[in-house]
Design a protein around this ligand. Sequence first.
Ligand code: ADP
Length: 295
Amino acid sequence: AIAVLGSTNMDLVAYVPKAPRLGETVTGRAFRTVPGGKGANQAVAAARSGGEVVMIGAVGADEFGVRLRSALTAARVDTAALRTVEGASGTAHITVDDEGGNSIIVIPGANAAVTGLETGDEARIAAAGSLLLQLELPLSAVLAGARAARAHGVRTVLTPAPAQPLPADLLAATDLLVPNEHEAAALTGLTDPLQAAEALLAEVPEVVITLGAAGALYAARGSEPLTVPAPRVRAMDTTAAGDTFVGALAVALGEGRPMPEALRWASAAAALSVQRPGAQDSMPTRAETDAFAAA
Ligand code: ADP
């Protein structure tokens, strides 16, 4: 099984010709509310990819919370460890303009209440093959999760997003770090992915840097770096491409597939997701990824 300790957010998306400047009012084209949050996105990606997934986190005691939970349940994610806490669910207020550019305000809401592990969480983590972590929960929770996983020999996979400096004790409890190229540059000060990967290997044993349409770079201590190209597709919405990649990668690794093969399969899943609109809605099923990877 795969455990995810992470965020749930309702994405509130306004589509506008041009984003408003400070003090300006513009008329938009459309509005959508879609379940998101990096934690929930990775959980759904892994479940669609065929994984058995447990989500640890919190939603608020509001209508969004009900919908966020049911989106996970619909994807067959176990939500027994997803708490409902007082107050508002996490929300992401997203403006998308006609050029596809976006600006985002995230209000953590219920996610901020997840400051550590609760009764039963450690057992759920211990029963998993890997624990997926991101940085949309308080660092104290991320660290507690990583340490619990470590204590039980569970592989920790950290997506360092949103980018921020990582405490040494979190890096010390991370097995596989999966930044995109911007996050890798923010962490290391190095814009060259190969150099950034080398630098990150001083902190963690394995790194995958995702490079958008250019694919992914894998580096591990004591072996040659490996570049996995992305399938060439027509991208129409790259929202949650990285989360789809991580969810699928965790499933493939959990089945004992070797890293190069797991990376190719994750790339196929992510390439399928960028051809469809949305975050969780765009994530492929295992059968779809198998078919695309074989073609
Ligand atoms: P994030 O979504 O976190 O910013 P990336 O943009 O690096 O991360 O994308 C993650 C992965 O999704 C890439 O490594 C690649 O496999 C896939 N991907 C992203 N954009 C494309 C694209 N235009 N074509 C094909 N695959 C893509």
